[in-house]
Design a protein around this ligand. Structure first.
Ligand code: PMT
Length: 427
């Protein structure tokens, strides 16, 4: 393998590759280039250091000063500009990137990439870099659908280039269809996924998320406030770490995280069945769903009418008889033990009092390796919120208290513990 001889001394400007956080953003000449500063912001908010390289046509759509301000670095446009090259030469820009994002990528830029052209700064960088490349195309729908463009995309995919989008919708050119550049937040999420260490490669993580809905009649149901955010954050983080992820989700409008297989369910019985189907291949099970412990014994075929209610006292009241639902986590815990205990089983406990004692009871009753306890009486934690504050309750070691943090951060901490458990079991 050929390597660059590094004669340049290490400076604050030449960051070591151990922390892969350097993104080179190539901006092509399309209307979507105006979203460049927003994309830079989405990337820097995730901790990436961003350098921008623009085609000459991109200058028509986005102000370099905006990109410079958002990224905190000078913006490169010209290949042979003595002043620009004096600051950081273009090969070094290509070498130091941990990932190159091209957003927007026009049809012309895709064609040049496929053809191996190097007739301006951006195409030269794309040919010189050894970093993975992520492309976010944006163009007129007919240009996108054209066999020439599709052949170029196919060729680039075969060479290992990743794509995000284009999305369908109204296009600036007046047409409707596929051709919109993906949202900057979605692109930033893909960058994060592509650069994440694949520490869960080879694992299959089965997760339940959200609340269940237990119908009374065609319009009414018993449910709870779970939004699914906690379970979806775990699913997204596990997929980023390279796991096969199956997410059994109660009703929620949350989008499916990248690379995750989603199984939508409504009731606890459906969730139970979906988990039973998926469990055999799972090396990790995480029960983050708020499963209804009970369901109405009878589901009325038609809407229950007020006038039809007599109530036992004849006062128009409605008596509901509830029957227990299966305990999914307890069954998974028991089955995993019976199978030898290689699978890591994690439960959650949402409690408003005696948090740790209740979590400890669940740990042993449901035969879990770990219970994540959340105090739902606390503001900004538990149901619906974007953050959570949890205690990891273990069978054989001290509880670990995690301070209030965004749910994705809690998910990361949880996956670190799960990885360690799986490593122990594989030994
Ligand atoms: O979805 P969010 O809005 O982000 O909120 C996240 C959350 C608060 C729902 C989540 O963090 C959480 O705590 N989930 C578990 C909530 C709960 O109802 O816990 P529980 O104490 O009822 O159940 C204990 C454990 O057994 C849970 O892992 C639950 O999934 C599981 N269980 C419970 C009942 C049942 N019939 N089957 C089960 O598998």
């Amino acid at each position: 393998m050929s390597r660059r001889f590094e004669s340049r001394p290490q400076t604050a400007d030449t960051v070591q590759k151990s922390d892969p956080r350097r993104v080179l953003l190539g901006i092509g000449g399309g209307i979507a280039a105006y979203k460049g500063p927003e994309l830079v912001r989405a990337l820097t908010a995730r901790g990436f250091e961003v350098r921008c390289a623009l085609t000459a046509a991109a200058l028509e759509f986005v102000a370099p000063l905006a990109l410079q301000t958002m990224s905190g670095h000078g913006v490169r446009v010209a290949l042979f500009d003595r002043e620009e090259e004096g600051q950081i030469d273009h090969i070094r820009l290509a070498d130091e990137a941990d990932l190159v994002v091209v957003a927007p990528a026009t049809a012309d830029l895709l064609a040049k990439m496929a053809g191996g052209h190097a007739d301006d700064l951006l195409t030269t960088l794309l040919l010189a870099t050894r970093a993975p490349v992520l492309v976010a195309p944006a163009m007129n729908v007919n240009m996108w659908d054209h066999p020439a463009t599709q052949a170029n995309v196919e060729l680039l995919r075969e060479r290992g280039v990743s794509f995000v989008g284009p999305d369908a919708g109204y296009l600036a050119c007046g047409w409707e269809g596929a051709g919109r550049m993906s949202d900057p937040a979605v692109i930033a999420e893909r960058v994060e996924a592509l650069l994440a260490p694949r520490t869960l490669a080879g694992e299959t993580v089965l997760i339940t998320a959200g609340g269940t809905r237990e119908p009374l009649d065609p319009v009414r149901a018993l449910t709870n406030r779970s939004s699914g955010k906690m379970g979806f954050a775990i699913a997204a983080a596990a997929a980023r770490r390279g796991a096969e992820v199956v997410l059994v989700a109660g009703p929620t409008p949350l989008p499916t995280p990248d690379g995750v297989k989603r199984v939508d369910v409504e009731t606890a019985l459906e969730m139970h069945e979906a988990v039973a189907t998926e469990l055999a291949s799972a090396t990790v099970f995480v029960g983050a769903a708020a499963v209804a412990d009970f369901r109405p014994e009878r589901r009325a075929a038609h809407k229950i009418k007020k006038e039809s209610l007599g109530g036992s006292a004849g006062d128009g009241s409605l008596e509901l008889r509830l029957v227990p639902n299966p305990d999914i986590l307890a069954e998974v815990g028991a089955r995993s033990r019976a199978e030898g205990g290689a699978r890591v089983v994690v439960g959650f406990a949402a409690e408003s009092r005696d948090l740790r004692a209740a979590a400890r009871r669940k740990l042993s009753q449901k035969q879990c390796d770990l219970v994540v306890a959340n105090d739902i009486s606390r503001a900004e934690a538990g149901f619906e919120s974007d953050s959570n504050a949890v205690v990891f309750v273990w069978p054989d070691r001290d509880d670990e208290v995690l301070e209030l943090a965004p749910k994705p951060a809690i998910a990361g901490e949880l996956l670190d513990r799960i990885e360690a458990l799986r490593r122990e079991r594989r030994r």
